[in-house]
Structure formats: C-alpha cells, structure tokens
Design a protein around this ligand. Sequence first.
Ligand code: NOJ
Length: 595
Amino acid sequence: MRAALLLVVTVLVGTVVSVDVWWESAVVYQIYPRSFKDSNGDGVGDLNGIKEKLPYLKDLGVDAIWLSPIFKSPMRDFGYDITDYKEISSEYGTMADFDALMAEAKRIGIRVILDYVPNHTSPESDWFQRSALSESKYKDYYIWANGTVDSTGARSPPNNWVSVFRKSAWEWHPTRLQYYLHQFAIGQPDLNYRNADVRQEMKDVLHFWLKKGVSGFRMDAVNFIYEVDPAKFGGKYPNEAPIGSVATDEYDSVNHTYTKDLDETYNVIFDWRALLDEYTTQHNENKLMVTEAYTSLPMMMRYYGNATRTGSVPFNFVYLESINSTSDANGLKSAIDAWMTNMPAGKVANWVNGNHDQKRMATRYGEKRVDAMNMLALILPGLSFTYQGEELGMTDDMIPWASTLDPQACNTEDPLQYWRVSRDPARSPFHWDDSVFAGFSNGSSTWLPVASNYRTVNVAVQRAMYKSHYNFYKDMVALKHGPALKSGKLETHVLGSNVFIVTRLTSNQKEGIIGIINLSGLSYQVDITQMSGVTKELTVVASGVDCIVSKGDKTAKSDIRLSGYCAMVLQNAGQRLIYSFTVYFAIYFLYVNLA
Ligand code: NOJ
C-alpha cells in the first residue's frame, strides 16, 4: 500500500500541485441499473431512479458508484452488448438524465464510474453493420473467418473455439458470407484489436465520457480483447486443445491459449491508463481504472503494470474463487495473503465479495457470514467493492426456467440444470422497503421477480433496527474513512480454526483497529493479551447482528466475549488512558503545590 495518499504532479510552470488519488482507500458501490430503482413504473430501473436514491448512498458513506452499462443496447446480455457507446439506453433515460445524475452526484460528493465494454459490441452497432457489408474502413473491425464446407455441402465453423456461454464461438453471417467470432453471446461480436482504427475508436469512447467528468471505468472482460494473430498460422485461426479427450459445447472443455490472456492485452491496458492520466491535472483527480479478468493470480497481477508502464487495478477475485460457506480461519487468511503477497510493491489492493455475475454474497458464504464478509471487504487495505444489496445481506431466490432471461442460463437449453449458471437471481430488484415490489417499482410488474424475503430484508426495516447488517456495514464504511483503515499496518491472526483476527495499527496507538470474526456457532472467550500494539482496554466500534456486545461497550483485551457468528470491531483505548493519566497527574500536581 502506498504510504502517501497524494500523487504529486509537477505542472509545466514548475509549481507542484497535489492531486487526490481518491480511490486508494475508497468504497465503490456497484449499481446494476436495471434493478436499483425504477422511477417511471415500467418495471426496469433507470437513471432517474439512481438519482433519487443518491441520498441513500451518501448516507451509507460510499465514495463512488460504478454503474453497470447504461448505453444503447438491445439487451441480449443486459447492456454488455452495446449498439452505441456514446448514447444512453432509452430504457434507462436520456443523456440529459445522465448529465443531471452526474451533476447531483458531484454536488453531494459521490463519484461516478462507468462500465467500459471493449471486447465486443452488439451486432446492431453501426460498426458491425458496415463491417458485415465489407465497407473498406470497417471490413476488419471484427474477427471474421471462413468456415469449411464438406462434401455434402454442410457448413461448419472455422475452428473449435467455444463461447463462454456454451457452444461454438462462431456465428454465420448471411450477408458477409463468413463467420464472426463471439466469445460471449451471439449478440456480442468480438472487435478486432489488431485493427488500429478500432483501437482509436475505443480511445475516443474513453475521451467522450471523461470529458463528461466521470471518475473512472470498470473495464469488462479485458483478457478476451486479443485473439491469436492468424498470420502466424498461415492465415487461419488454430483449434484450441481439448482438456479431456474431446472438446464439447462447454467453455471449460478446451484450453483457451489462443483466445484469452494474450500478451498484447497488457499494452492496450497500459495505453488506456495513460489516456486516463491525461485528465488528472485538468480534473484534479486521479481516475480509477479497474479491470475485470477471471484468470490466474500471476496473470491478474500483470495488470498492475511493470517498471515502465502503469496499469490498472485488477479486480481481486480470490474471495470469489477460493472462499465459501465452509472456509475456516486459515482459508480466509490464505485468501488474503494470496493477494497481499503477490501484489507488486506500492500497488493498491482491492476486495470483491460479489457482483452481478455471481451468486449473492449472503447466498454464497451463508447468511451467518454476511457481517464477517462485509467486515473483511472494508477492514483490509485498499479499495472495497460492494455489490448493491450486500449491505443488507440480500439473498438469491430460485427464478423459474420460464422467467429466466440470462443468456448464460438460456444457452444451457436445460430446464433442470440452468439454475446452476443463471445470473438472474443475483440481479433481482433491490429491496427498499416492504411495500409491493419492495419499493423498487410502482408499476404492475418487474423485469425479474422480487426475492420473496423482501418484507424482512430491506433498507427501511434494517435502518430502524438497533442491530442490522445495514447498520454494521455503515459503521464499517465510517471506520474505513478513518486513519487506521486508510494506512494502518495489516496483520492477520488465526485462533484455532474458527476465529480470525485482523489488526490495522498505526504509530498513533489510539487509532488502532482490531476486527474479530467468529466463523462458528460456538461462543468463545478470546484473550489477545499477547498481541502487541493493542491496549488493555478496548472499545467496541462496530458490532454485527450476532454479537452479544454492542457498539460503545468496553472490553478487556484478556476477556473478549465472542458469541457464535459474531463479527466485531474494537478500537484501542490508548487515548483515554493517556488522557486520564495526564488529568490525574495535573490534579495531583495542583493539589501538592497549592495545598
Ligand atoms: C462480464 C460481465 O460482467 C458480464 O455480465 C458479461 O456477460 C460479460 N462480461 C460479457 O460482457
């Protein structure tokens, strides 16, 4: 973690200006616009709905919101299939609505991060339409290839590449009379990054939104940007090697050596980072660039940059990939250590408990671990990402096959097994209150059904409770903005297999923070006398729903009462002790001298 929170920029005239690298210890809240708040009763969330709820987010304390794609799209993959990168989807509102949202967010001090989807567009985009017609400028904007025709005249795709959403990654185009590559849905043709015009067009998109004042981008599926150069294979795209004896329709049945994690990817990322940096001085803020790549840890780490180029913050998917509802204290420790020890020196860590592609955090880790996992996202150094609803412990409901919309689930064509990969449950509407449709919409239906527990798991109920996931989350966010969680030294401790402790101590003892998690239903009396830098007496500053202690309670370092599944945060009481000692000494001094 960088020692300084300020980036010093020397401007041309030679004066030194400090620019806030605001994201180094920020909370970024992911909004899935379709499901956050519907302002016009059509059952789909929209920009005005988000604007209406900005006070909620301000009160929660988040620093920035990341909006999943809000651009013009036929919604085959719910906005990750973009027709025009510079237009707002009419379902979500207008450009004027976006400008109004930006203005209001800026006024109240919340930054806006947009989703940037560089790998693919919609086939409805002007670029694709022109490419399909082989117009000279656009001819190579996408990955086109000839298929093969057998003796019976039957056509088959150029090779065995498989889509992330199953089946061939190639789709025949009847006008162009060639196949186009789509590593995701058929409605998401891959752009060709070996074409300089494509690279320039995509840079223009970044400039467009930066000029509107956005504070950064979450960049989608970046490790899919490049495919192997066919020139190296006699002008053909080679087959990928099957993992088992044969390749099947499943994405994991082949090794994606030619379609994923290619070396060229990193230079594009570094170029985009440099582009974002052009706005640092002008906007007096360093832009956030966070990249999405589900890949091996070493490949993730390469996104951070190298000795000569600055890179992005790669999403940390270690929790998602290695933690589950049965992980013990050692499991948590190794997940955290994996990131912290592999991260290049001086870079910023980040913590992700969920997103719109994963089972909700409470469903994946278990409802009893909601406070623990929220604590871990917020107590560790660096950026914390929260997917909407994690602050409430929202859970996934089963969504019937007949109502299933996610292309990843629909592509299974299997009414019995689709739910295993369906991302719809995590995308159901946000729960504001216990009114009809959970206060999300006042229309007559919602695009996905509202989860059945909305009457008890919602903002209004949890705000009113003395202890709730919401209140605990909010306390954690407030602590995150304090000195210990910004810059305190990180240490993790495992006590047996069920108790996990995180300390963030600074040279100013009174600021020290100690987070304690009980992963089991058993009660413990914890003694941390041996832990240096921790004062004898401690104050509870955040207490999860399962703790017997409450915020404001005092506890001795030698006798911490930890009820089953309790997640609590304690603060050193150094200040009070030193203060009391000084006061007693002053009284004694006056007494002795005046008596
Ligand atoms: C990752 C996005 O998060 C996901 O929702 C989408 O389906 C794929 N990328 C393709 O854009």
